[in-house]
Design a protein around this ligand. Structure first.
Ligand SMILES: Cc1cc2nc3c(=O)[nH]c(=O)nc-3n(C[C@H](O)[C@H](O)[C@H](O)COP(=O)(O)OP(=O)(O)OC[C@H]3O[C@@H](n4cnc5c(N)ncnc54)[C@H](O)[C@@H]3O)c2cc1C
Length: 452
């Protein structure tokens, strides 16, 4: 029925502590109720793991049973407007299979490893094109799950409130084994870049957010540069194969972190290190300048595959979202924060910070754009020494400025940040979780601390 993977893995080299007593790979969803029912053989908490790519302890083993859904890997049915698949299918596998049929998801993330179970129940904000669709979970139209009591349940978008809660449930309300997602015809995306100073960005902010398209920002506080990447859907465009996108991806995602990591570990003197990092950022600038005239491609082409073992991905980041209206002001504060942090602690993050514009999306309870349009801010790093401490201070900075965190992509989160951002929504979720799982079969220490 299930295969035992190992008895007791502990913290991995990404530093995320897990320590379950058992790790099992489930091959048939029919076996999940049996696992849930046998407390002695399968100790509490039962935690589900998809690709294990979260930046926090949201999977968290805590001496219990970790259930790997990797064996639930079948795409079950392709339709013209929807696709049905098991929870262990990776989004990259699905997106490529859809592209072969001339289809795509309404939103396409940049990494292919994410499992469809995580797509359904976690917070995955993406640069969005319009209201109501700013998180991957909003693409999910139906969820099949096993409740903590071992009962099968099917929830569709017709059950709007229940769907909203499940899309933010992180495996605390049940084990998802199958999902249906919305799809649409493959549409070319035109991509343009504009490199601005913070002053220019602030001055043009209204027109930047009013023009159509999805926005991704690449932010360098120390060189006072914000690269605005605009993705516009264009059915009439013909797709160019300039190769610029691959170059951009490679520089942005691979060269920078790898270089940062080498520099960080080899050169101790911060002055020298930062001079070298600026050199890399100049190289990045040149690449983007070449791409400024525009590239047209399909969304699945920007997806990249990370290593299957999550801890081997050296690129790390943390994510908060901030109200759109105050974003330029917030960025000015962020630039000042980074500079004074560096002055005091001689630490600066060695990779450009990313950001996405999010339209309002109330499709899930812990959506970071639940209350209105937002922009994320994603400080990034190769995980060099000083990064973890930086994030602790950055979290307090972000929370004080009205930021909203996530449970799977915001590192070093504290309960006061959760209470401040989610307030009544967190209380509602807690009450529901206590009623649906009174024996805490699915709850780990991470969520006990943050959500009760
Ligand atoms: C280097 C790196 C780059 C990244 N880049 C991006 C990016 O470009 N875009 C983006 O959107 N995200 C990105 N992420 C974030 C990552 O995709 C998310 O954190 C996502 O949740 C990971 O999916 P997963 O399958 O690994 O989930 P896991 O970490 O395995 O699980 C996440 C949560 O979902 C629960 N869960 C998983 N499956 C189920 C199920 N079947 N039933 C019930 N509960 C379940 C788990 O218990 C856990 O609480 C990146 C992460 C890393 C480390």
């Amino acid at each position: 029925m299930v295969s035992k993977v190992t008895r007791s893995p502990g913290a991995d080299s990404s530093g995320i502590y897990r320590r379950p007593r058992l790790v099992l790979k489930v091959k048939r969803f029919e076996d999940i109720p049996i696992l849930l029912g046998k407390n002695k053989s399968y100790p509490t908490p039962i935690r589900i793991v998809g690709a294990d790519y979260s930046q926090t302890r949201c999977v968290g083993g805590d001496g219990g049973t970790t259930v790997d859904t990797g064996g639930l890997d079948k795409i079950l049915e392709f339709g013209e407007t929807s696709v049905r698949a098991q929870a262990g299918v990776r989004v990259g596998t699905l997106v490529r299979a859809l592209a072969e049929r001339g289809l795509e998801l309404p939103l396409t993330p940049e990494i292919g490893q994410i499992s469809l179970g995580a797509v359904a129940v976690t917070t995955l904000p993406q640069a969005s094109y319009g209201a109501g669709m700013a998180q991957l979970s909003s693409c999910v139209t139906e969820i099949k799950l096993i409740t903590p009591q071992g009962k099968q349940m099917t929830v569709t978008e017709r059950d709007r409130d229940l769907m909203r809660v499940l899309r933010s449930s992180f495996g605390l309300l049940g084990v998802v084994h199958e999902v249906e997602l919305r799809v649409r015809p493959l549409t070319p995306v035109k991509i343009d870049y504009q490199v601005l100073t913070l002053k220019e960005f602030s001055g043009r902010f209204t027109s930047i957010v009013q023009a159509p398209g999805a926005l991704r920002l690449h932010i360098s506080p120390f060189t006072d540069k914000i690269t605005v990447e605009r993705r516009t859907l264009d059915e009439t465009a013909s797709v160019s194969r300039s190769g610029i996108w691959q170059v951009r991806n490679s520089v942005m995602r691979n060269v920078l972190p790898a270089f940062g990591s080498t520099v960080g570990s080899v050169l101790a003197a911060p002055g020298l290190r930062n001079a070298m990092l600026s050199g890399v950022q100049r190289a990045l600038r040149a690449t983007l300048d070449r791409a400024a005239r525009g590239v047209v491609l399909y969304a699945h082409e920007w997806m990249r595959d990370m290593p299957n073992e999550a801890w081997k991905a050296r690129h790390t980041y943390s994510l908060w979202a901030f109200p759109q209206a105050d974003y330029p002001k917030m960025l000015a504060e962020y630039f000042n924060f980074c500079k004074s942090y560096y002055k005091e602690h001689r630490y600066r993050s060695n990779v450009v910070s990313g950001a996405s514009r999010l339209h309002q999306d109330r499709g899930s309870l812990f959506s970071v754009s639940y209350t209105g349009p937002m922009f994320t801010l994603e400080p990034s790093s190769s995980g060099d020494s000083g990064w973890d401490d930086f994030l602790i201070d950055f979290n307090d900075f972000a929370s004080a400025l009205g930021g909203t965190p996530t449970f799977n992509q915001t590192r070093a989160l504290q309960v006061e940040h959760v209470t401040k951002s989610f307030g009544e929504r967190a209380k509602l979720f807690r009450a529901l979780r206590q009623r649906t799982d009174p024996l805490n079969r699915l709850r780990n220490g991470y969520f006990a601390y943050l959500l009760g």
